[in-house]
Write a protein that binds this ligand. Structure first.
Ligand SMILES: N[C@@H](CCC(=O)N[C@@H](CS)C(=O)NCC(=O)O)C(=O)O
Length: 235
């Protein structure tokens, strides 16, 4: 994959931010730079080379513009404005962007890989929920099985270091959370999620060679502070 030139990111729009003209034919991704769900769509867009076709509209979620609720009534990000409609839900969106736009395909045709891909998509919520809830319990014990699940899944196909062999939407769906969990578990609980999990270590290493992903990574310090406030602050 060719090196991507670094995109200049606009500052997030806050409550004073002017609304871009809705349904003027521009395709827009309403997003937040630090959100793992948005990051999935952002990586997909970058990897497919759609930086010009899908414009980012970054929002400040702490002080978001009132007009956004009229754009997307759930008031969440990400959402995509395309062909006169607004669609949401990051897992649906990455599939939508992959199927409805040009650029390299991010889901294999092989039926066995497709089936395994769907299986991995349906495990994501369990994965994410288990790790988040462990922060208030015993992460060393509670997160072991879910990271082992990923390690085992990475053994399934040997034609590449990714879940389905080649880089796909499945890797994109997981990495945004694995990125955050790796930082926080290491920094706060001294847990190395790659210890004894060689496939997971290589998977992370290989993903870090993909510009479409590395350009979207969060600031680790900010993440640790944010998660400490969210998960560890005394009530
Ligand atoms: N299931 C949604 C989750 C999206 C989501 O929870 N986004 C968060 C930001 S990380 C959000 O918009 N939160 C604002 C709110 O709930 O008001 C998806 O996969 O897109």
């Amino acid at each position: 994959m060719a090196t991507l030139s670094k995109e200049i990111l606009l500052p997030p729009l806050d409550a004073t931010g002017v609304q871009p003209p809705l349904f003027d034919g521009t395709t827009r991704l309403y997003t937040c730079y630090t959100c793992p769900y948005c990051q999935r769509v952002w990586i997909t867009r970058n990897y497919k080379g759609l930086q010009e076709k899908i414009k980012l509209v970054p929002l400040n979620l702490q002080n978001r513009p009132a007009w956004y609720k009229d754009v997307y009534p759930s008031n969440k990000v990400p959402s995509l404005e395309h062909n006169g409609k607004i669609i949401g839900e990051s897992l649906d969106l990455i599939k939508y962007v992959d199927s409805n736009f040009e650029g390299p395909s991010l889901f294999p045709d092989d039926p066995e890989k497709k089936k395994f891909g769907e299986e991995l998509f349906s495990y994501i919520d369990t994965f994410v929920r288990t790790v988040f809830s462990s922060f208030k319990g015993d992460p060393a014990k509670e997160t072991g099985p879910v990271f082992d699940y990923l390690e085992n899944a990475l053994h399934k196909f040997d034609d590449g270091p990714f879940f389905l062999g080649q880089f796909s939407l499945v890797d994109i769906a997981y990495i945004t959370f694995v990125e955050r969990f790796q930082i926080f578990l290491s920094e706060v609980f001294k847990i190395d999620i790659t210890a004894g999990r060689p496939k997971l270590a290589v998977w992370i290493e290989e993903l870090n060679k993909i510009d479409a992903y590395t350009q979207t990574k969060i600031d680790p310090k900010e993440l640790v502070e944010n998660y400490k406030n969210r998960f560890l602050a005394q009530q």
